[in-house]
Structure formats: C-alpha cells, structure tokens
Design a binder for this molecule. Sequence first.
Ligand SMILES: [Zn+2]
Length: 451
Amino acid sequence: MLDTLITNASIVLPTIGIVRKDLGIKDGKVAILTNDKVSANKVIDAKGRYVIPGVIDPHVHYGVFEPIERAAAHESRSAAIGGVTCMMRMLRLYSSYKKDLLKHLTVNTHLIDYVYHASILLRTHIEEIGYCKEHGIRAFKLYMNLKDEIGRIYMDMEPYNNKLIEGYVNTYEFMNDAIEGIIKNNAIAIIHAEDPDMCIEGIKRMREMKRNDLAAWSDARAGINEKKSISFLTNFINNRCQLYLPHIGSKEGLEEAISAKRLSRVYIETCPHYLTHTMEFDLRGKVTPPLRSKDDQAALWNAIRNGMIDCIGSDHVANRLKDKIADNTVWNALAGFPGIATILPVMLSEGVNKGRIDLKDLTRLISYNASRIFSLKCKGNLEIGYDADLVIIDLEKEVKVTPEILNSYSDYTIYDGITLKGWPILTMVRGEIIMEDGAIVGKEGYGRYVS
Ligand SMILES: [Zn+2]
C-alpha cells in the first residue's frame, strides 16, 4: 500500500523527459511510476498538469537581518510558496566555525530541506575547512570582491540574538591560501568573481561624477571586471578543484566562464534578476554584482538555451526596504533583495511560456544540476528511489506579484506589480505537502539538514 499516489500527471524527468504515469510515494520516496491501478492511502489528482522535481536553490542569504531560528522559518516558507524544496544557506560567520557552527546547525525551524555552504571570511577559517566538511559542508564561498573601503559586510547573526554583526573582510590577504585549502580538502570553491581594485576605482569615478542612479552602480562594476577575475581564477585553480561561479550576469563574464568550462570543472550560476531586470530599474534593484543591460540579458538567455548555464540561484537576501534604501543614495543602499519565491514563476513565465527553454531542460537548470554538483543524495529527480520532493505546476495560472503573497521577512520584491504566468500550486517535501494553492500547510522543523 502506497502512502500517496499522484494521478493524471505529466511527470518531468530531468534526464528522460516527460512521461505520462502515476507517481506513487512510500516513506517519503518515489516508489513507483506506473500506468497500472495501484492503491494508496491518499490520492492527489494532478488534473493533467506537470509534476517537476522540487526547485533546489543553491544560493540563499538568510540569518543576517533576523537570527536563524526566525529566518529559517520565514524564508523556507517563502521558498515553499515558490516550489523550492531544498535551499542552500551561504553561512557567514565572523567567528570560529569550530566554536560556533554547531550553534547554527542545531537550530532547525525550516519547513523544507536545507544545505549549508560556509564562507571563508577570515584567514583562520582556512584551517577549519576539514571541520566543516566533517559536519556535512562540501562547498566554501570566497568573496573575492571584498577589500579596503568595500570590505564591510553584514555577517550572520548569532542564533537567538537580534544584533546586527558588521564585519570587515580583506579576501586578498588570504585568497590564494584559501583556494589551496579548498583543493587540499577536496571541496568545492564558490567564488564571487569581481576585482576589488577595479570596483573601488569605478565607484570613485561615479561618485566624482555625482551620479546617484542604479545604472551608476552597474557602470562602477563593469562586466570586464567579472571577466578578469574569472580568468585569474580558472588559471590559478587549473582544474584542481570544482569551481562554482555564482551570480554571473555580464556577457563578458559569461563568455569567459563558458570558455573555461571546456578545460575544467567550472559551473555557472545566474540569477533570475539578471534575466528579467536591467540597470534602468530603481534603487530596489541594487545587487552585487549589479544588474546589467538588455544585451547581457540576451546573452544569458542564449547560454541557457545552449545548456551552458548549470544553475539558477536566487541570491536571496531577506532584508526590508527601509533598511535597504535608508537615505535614497545608491552608494549607501544595501545590496541584495529577496528572490527565492520567484525563481520558478519567473522561469516558467519568462522561460517556458516564452519558448526559451523546455520543461525537461528547466528541471536540470533549477534542480537536477545543483543536486549533482553539490552531491546531494536522492534529490533533484523523480525516478524511483529519489526523495518525493516535487512541485505540481500550472502553466496557465497568472498571478500579479505582491510582497504579501511571497511570505518572506522582506516587505518588497523587484517583481511587485508584475504578472507572472506559470506557478507552483503544490509543493511537497519527502512526501509531505508543504504548500497548497499558495497557502503554507507545512510545519516548522520538518525540514532536514542535507549533507
Ligand atoms: Zn550571494
């Protein structure tokens, strides 16, 4: 006897394609794909709709403006609204991992499954890579862009403590050693590829011109600086470890990364905002690396079509608008905005429904590839034996986005007022329904830590 049977479904399998079968679930796993009559305790009629593997978001910042016990609940809720079943936290500790990692790992209020990546922000973190690996962390993030006057960032708060933690990072002092440490530990390097000296120079130039528009932020950090950094990294690493390049948004950076892929294990992530927004937008769109032009956007869609982009990460930052744009200057505005809930609706609306990508390739881009790259067992697919992490989507459903429906701590979204066509109508994690028709039905703490 199955626990749940999803009938009348078109199931999208990332390596096979679309199959018209019923999907049976037992003990949280896909147990059977069949056209035979089978019995189950619960039957869900998909009414002919598509069922896809749950979205895996490899790039999420939460726990910075709210402590993790609250942030995990809020942002995993928002994730479930958007069909995300597994989220990867970019942990930023400004202290020792040996001292404080377990404080974070033992708090769990997630509704969906989650993975941790650890940032290397201090030289001492290099010695702790092995320790983090023992606790299930496989990938390490380096912020190549941080140095001198652009080296201040907010860290993750301590659990159960509301105090913002600002820290100063100078990655250049230890970057090469950190990369060697990652290689030695057979880990994955996630590197924010921007050249700090070029950024400092660009910002200085734009400020001297008295510019205060969003495009000034983009002009200060031109795509050429992404390209230069990627070129340095791929040469330096020389395929000695896997290199994951997050949030690639510029045509120049993209081309450099694509050519590096031919020779080494380089993975490219882009974000939904680079596919939908340009630097003509308002200050809500401040993000690092910055929004680009229509031209860059076309290059990204083209790379998606050619299968050159591996993952879509939201780079979600759960902040509030009044904190983000405190004094109406682009220079003091915080970088980053929420995006975890809108990955799938954006990709369905702008990708699938506009003929830029088919559903099979989409499932690779938003789920399967991330599970392969980060070695998640039993995730990212719906073949027999995989976790029943899945989403039923309605390609015809149109919803005008508001911050309220997204259920995040954030009170704004760059998609506010925009109608997206194509939405998840049911999100399931390991056989349990977490979201149905835009309402959260999952429980805090149900999510599981995934090594
Ligand atoms: Zn990020």
